[in-house]
Design a protein. Sequence first.
Length: 207
Amino acid sequence: MLVGRACKPFAPLTWLVASNQRRRDYCLWLGGVYDVIPCAIWLSLYILGGIMSTERMIVFMQIDYHDMKEYLDWMSTKAELKFNPQTKTFPIYYNCIYWAFLGCNIGSEVGKHRPVIVTRTYKNSPVVTIIPLTTQRLNDKYPFHVDLECINSTALVEQMRVIDVKRIDKPMYKNRNVLSLSDNDWVAIDAQVRKEYLMSKPATKNK
C-alpha cells in the first residue's frame, strides 16, 4: 500500500510527490477508500474545498447519496481501467456486440456497464466507435432508437461515440460465437446513422 490508514487524510498531497508506479498503487488503494462512503465524501470535500465557494459547497452536500455512491464507484473502476488495464484475450470486430464500461456521465448521457455495438475499429487502434444498447427493447418508436432482432435490446443511435478499447470488458456470446448484428439490424442502424450524423450544408449567405 502507498500509505497507511493514518495518512489517508493526506492522500491528495501524497499523489503530488509519488512516482508513476506509486500513483498506480495509489489509485487501486483509493478504490478501497471509496468503498467507505463517509470517508469518500469527506475526501472529495477535502479536495474540492480549496476551489469551491461556500454556496457551491452547500449545493454539493445536497447531492443524492446513491448518485454520489455511483459516481465514487465509477471513479474506482475508472482508476483500474486507466492504471491497471487487463490484457484483452479476445479480438474486437466491428458490427459485433460487447460489454463496455461507459461510466457515470452527465445528464442524459448513457453510461454504466452495458452492451454496445462496435461500429468501427482498426487493427491495433486504441479507440473504437460504438453505439450503446439498452438491456431490454424500448419499443418507443423513436426513429433513432432501433429495436434489434438479434438480441432483446435497442440501439441508441443518437448516443454514438468513440471510446478507448480499455473500456471494452468482454464479448457477448451466442452459441460460443461473438454476437453480431443481423442483416436487418445493420440496415436499420446504418440508415439512422446516415440520417443523424450527415452534416447539413451551411446556409447560403447573401452577398
